[in-house]
Design a binder for this molecule. Structure first.
Ligand SMILES: Cc1cc2nc3c(=O)[nH]c(=O)nc-3n(C[C@H](O)[C@H](O)[C@H](O)COP(=O)(O)OP(=O)(O)OC[C@H]3O[C@@H](n4cnc5c(N)ncnc54)[C@H](O)[C@@H]3O)c2cc1C
Length: 346
């Protein structure tokens, strides 16, 4: 276990933003993770669990407590059952499952961060979410003071949400178990129109697993959604806003304001309709590259807010507020941030 005082956090985030941690503890084993959590809890010390720092917006003042960096490693396959240690690099783990010919997480290729964070916001992309394959999450329960195993049904997964995100002070994820599929080198059914088009197949078709994986990586790279230190468009936290899910009443009010425009609409069985945050942002006048200062929208994707190199967290938040308020004024829809805010609020 490594311990550093007054440690800079910005280099540990993909936005490269945020002040120092009063104490930074790096844990390499599950036992070290549990010991560090117990020590912080016993001392009444604020605790921030850190994976790859790809979904965090940390205050310029930093974090006045212990930041616990999860650096555990472990990739274990038993047939098509996969167990990942929380600190495994997600994108590398996905690549290995594709090499093994296993389907189930191939459309989640290239997503930054750690395996342990994937159940937290039910990571998803291109028509796939981890909730479809997670079988169990092993976590340290800070309330019970013991390690627990939660079945998929106990994780309360929903769109970019889970029990872990709802109750951030309670669980520290140690291991995540997935039930993948050995489909003889074939992918899961393609669900996303852009992927289907790119592969020249129909929705519901299966394709060569490696081709599916490579297509997703190429699509993501074109949007600045694969980390590249040399490209400021990737100095982001990915999508800054979730896609709004509107009730029937909210959707009717929204549709009435659209006039001649047709917004993307994905109706759900419960009567709600999801629309596209990227579309709303663009149509409200915040086009790619908007901002022109130290923090701007990505030049490749309106949904990513980026640090051009010299931004502060306050610069980024000022831009986020401008976008949120502009979308509200134009369409009456309230955008909600996807990344976790530490010591700041929109
Ligand atoms: C370029 C880019 C593209 C992205 N694309 C996508 C995408 O397509 N889909 C998507 O869903 N997300 C995407 N993201 C967001 C992000 O990559 C994911 O949310 C990722 O799972 C965060 O992992 P992390 O390890 O970096 O978490 P961190 O940013 O370190 O932490 C995020 C939250 O999870 C908590 N946490 C982390 N590890 C643990 C643990 N072991 N136990 C308990 N809590 C924990 C933290 O306390 C914090 O609240 C993208 C981000 C970037 C920068």
């Amino acid at each position: 276990m490594q311990v550093l005082d007054n440690a800079p956090l910005a280099p540990l985030t993909t936005l490269r933003l945020g002040g120092p941690a009063r104490r930074l503890v790096t844990a390499h084993t599950d036992d070290e993770v549990v010991a560090a959590v117990r020590a912080a809890d016993a001392a009444g010390e604020p605790l921030l669990v850190l994976g790859g720092g790809s979904n965090l917006v940390i205050s310029d003042a930093g974090f006045d407590g212990t930041v616990l960096r999860i650096a555990t490693r472990g990739f274990a396959l038993d047939g098509a059952d996969l167990e990942l240690a929380a600190g495994e690099v997600w994108a590398e783990a996905v690549a290995r499952t594709v090499v093994e010919g296993l389907a189930g997480i191939e459309f989640l290729a290239g997503i930054p961060g750690s395996a342990g964070a994937t159940p937290v916001q039910n990571v998803g992309a291109y028509g796939q979410e981890v909730s479809e394959t997670v079988t169990e999450v092993v976590a340290y329960d800070r309330v019970a003071g013991e390690t627990v195993t939660l079945a998929n049904a106990d994780c309360s997964f929903s769109y970019r949400h889970s029990r872990f995100k709802a109750d951030p002070e309670r669980y520290v994820v140690l291991r995540v178990r997935f039930g993948l599929t050995d489909a003889a080198g074939q992918s899961s059914p393609v669900k996303y129109a852009e992927v289907a088009k790119g592969l020249g197949v129909g929705i519901g078709d299966r394709v060569d697993l490696t081709k599916a994986y490579e297509k997703v990586l190429a699509l993501r790279a074109g949007k600045g959604m694969v980390l590249d230190a040399a490209d400021h468009d990737t100095w982001s936290a990915g999508s800054f806003f979730t896609n709004p899910v509107l009730t029937a009443e909210q959707y009717a009010a929204f549709a009435a304001r659209l006039g001649e425009l047709t917004a993307p609409a994905y109706p759900a069985p419960d009567g709600c309709t999801k629309t596209s945050a990227a579309w709303l942002i663009d149509r409200a006048g915040f086009t790619k590259g908007y901002g022109g200062g130290a923090a701007t929208l990505s030049t490749k994707h309106t949904l990513a807010l980026t640090n051009r190199g010299a931004a502060t967290t306050e610069d980024l938040l000022a831009l986020a507020r401008e976008v949120r308020d502009g979308v509200r004024a134009a369409f009456g829809v309230e955008l909600v941030n996807e990344p976790v805010m530490v010591g700041v609020a929109l």
